[in-house]
Ligand binder design. Sequence first.
Ligand code: FMN
Length: 369
Amino acid sequence: MKPNNTQIEILVLFNSENGSTYRMAQAIARGINSYPGAKAVLKQVPRIMALKDEQTKSFAAVPYATINELPLYDGIAFGSAVHFGNMTADMRYFLDQSVTIWTQRKLEGVPATVFMSAGSGAGREGAILSFWNTLAVHGMLIVPVGINGASEIDQSVPQGNTVFGASSLTGNKMSPRPSEGELQIAKLQGYALAKAAKGHRLTSEATAEIVPALQENQIEAKLKALNIELPEAPAPVGNYKPYRISGNQVFINQVALINGKIAHPGIIGTDISQEQAKEATRQTMLNVLSVLKQATGGDLNRVRQAVQLTGFFNTAAGYANHAVLMNEASNLLVEIMGESGMHTRGTVGASSLPLNSAVEIQAIFELKD
Ligand SMILES: Cc1cc2nc3c(=O)[nH]c(=O)nc-3n(C[C@H](O)[C@H](O)[C@H](O)COP(=O)(O)O)c2cc1C
């Protein structure tokens, strides 16, 4: 069964009265077992009414399945006699008990295939297709046979093979039934199911690794990857809030505070160099992000996108490199948030800024609904 086992296990679940479906099931199982690392488990569906001579049947020793074990397998081959162009009542009754499994979506994506035993063959293709309806409602991955092996089997006798699944024409006595050809197609069908089940197992394992990574807070993951630790959000120094949410937008204003002091204070180009101004800009942008985190209740995944950044720079008269400084903030934001960090931008030179900061950034972000 599934848990941490490199072998895949596939249930061959059949309902037979006279043994033909059972013989087809055995051929399906042989095909499964011929696939490296795959093992077939043969079980029959419980009966609504016991057969009179059940103990004399070839399949008497095959255990009955319980409905709750279906999700434990890597794949399921369903086999039934054709009854009036449909699956048998036993099979129908059994599958009708799978409502909880269905609503819990436990069979979703699990490979499944259908084989049958018919008399004349009347309605056998329709029977397989109508069986598929139930599997589709469960979201199972249906594996047909196609024309696999069809041209190699003895064409001098009628054969029950269909592109949807193997079947036997037990009413036709031109050869012993199930015929060698019918059993051969069933074997190929079992092999194809095992192959799909192996693929399903590998995909499930890969998804199990990927999904938590995808669910992880992507902005936090990026911050970690860039070795950036957000500073403590600076407390307001007046009668205002560090952020305000209006509708689904967050408004933030920050200066270059770090541990209660301004990083590289003064006039750019006179008191501080361009490099120092860049450091102050980066610090200011980190402060913006740390306030944004506060605004989202600590969950930066709630941010849909950046909207607008406006940078104010305390510059000497004639200074014209504002864009170079503001790029420091823009690049940092896009590096952390990717495409959703893109924003419109305003950049302004000012003759003085609060606390003698060299930089002030106003930011607007949009939150997810
Ligand atoms: C109630 C009933 C309905 C059947 N309806 C069909 C049918 O629609 N088409 C057909 O080809 N055979 C039909 N058959 C024949 C069986 O499908 C056939 O005998 C089959 O091989 C039995 O499988 P088993 O040996 O596994 O019991 C019917 C048999 C019964 C008892």
